[in-house]
Design a binder for this molecule. Structure first.
Ligand code: SF4
Ligand code: SF4
Length: 295
């Protein structure tokens, strides 16, 4: 495929062992999300903090937050029982980098316990540029950034505010700063050889016509995969109150076709997992691995 022709064979091998980056791998390799990151530094109109972050998951039930120590214990137990475990990720329930200390402490512990698994991180990207060295140093090879817009005029209808270094931004200024940081973070990571996947949430009436432009831009900046997922509106969120609707499956499918035609590799098998999902994609075995069962 066109988009992957300039990826090293080593990176190609890494891609093929991650169930989200490779459609083939998702049948054989399992992933595990560790919910150690409750706080968030932005507000999305589709989110309600009572649920998991939509960056990499679905609203429905909030994952029970673990401490880094509990997460370490859990990884050890799961790795011993789940032979296909190939990826350990941190995706929430808030933004992992808004909880940077806990997130990186957890990754360090995981690396010690199970050095063979790949580490994976999902973020809204706001503070990504401040963590590039840490990500590289820990050997985190897969990072997902959720980018829903590259135009602040579109972004301002998605993000009412963001909060960075003690300052709260609203309206267009919020969207401008967030987008700038997301694209900067993507470029910095890609330059360091990190395999960056971009998630975009398809929001009818807001960014449906804009996502091809997002795809083109992220491709230029070095993203290896684009995952477009349908809007899931959390109960109690702003979008629910505005009466916004999720896209029809056909709209999503057609958009994926358009993006794929321009040479971007498009993910079509995302299951919108929870921030504490364990197992093969589409099969969540979290309840088999609760802390009490691992004692
Ligand atoms: Fe909610 Fe995630 Fe958006 Fe934060 S980044 S507001 S947790 S959906
Ligand atoms: Fe993979 Fe999608 Fe699940 Fe994330 S939400 S782990 S990209 S299948």
């Amino acid at each position: 495929p066109m988009a992957s022709s300039c990826i090293s064979s080593e990176a190609q091998e890494e891609l093929s062992r991650h169930p989200c980056y490779s459609e083939e791998a998702h049948r054989f390799f399992a992933r595990m999300h560790l919910p150690v990151a409750p706080a968030c530094n932005i507000q999305c109109h589709y989110c309600n903090r009572k649920f998991d972050c939509v960056n990499e998951s679905r609203p429905g039930v909030v994952s029970e937050v673990l401490t880094p120590e509990q997460a370490e214990h859990k990884v050890k137990g799961v790795a011993a029982q789940l032979m296909q475990l190939s990826v350990v990720g941190i995706a929430g329930p808030g933004d992992p980098l808004a909880n940077a200390e806990k997130t990186f402490d957890t990754f360090r512990r995981v690396k010690q316990q199970v050095p063979d698994v790949a580490l994976c991180l999902s973020t809204n990207g706001l503070t990504l540029y401040r963590h590039v060295e840490q990500i590289v140093a820990l050997g985190i090879r897969h990072v997902t950034i959720t980018i829903n817009a590259i135009d602040p005029e579109v972004g301002r209808d998605i993000y009412p505010w963001i909060y960075d270094e003690g300052v709260r931004y609203e309206g267009k200024a919020a969207a401008e700063l967030l987008i700038c940081r997301q694209l900067q973070g993507l470029e910095l990571l890609a330059q360091r050889g990190i395999l960056v996947k971009v998630n975009s949430i398809l929001i009818p009436g807001i960014n449906d016509h804009h996502l091809p432009a997002v795809s083109e831009r992220i491709k230029k900046l070095g993203a290896v995969l684009h995952n477009v997922t349908p809007l899931i509106i959390a109960p109690g969120s702003q979008y629910e109150q505005n009466g916004r609707k999720a896209p029809r499956p056909k709209e999503l499918y057609q958009l994926q076709e358009v993006l794929g035609r321009d040479g971007m590799k498009v993910m079509r098998h995302c299951r919108q997992c929870r921030a504490d999902a364990i197992g093969l994609l589409g099969q969540d075995r979290n309840q088999d691995f609760t802390l009490d069962k691992l004692e």
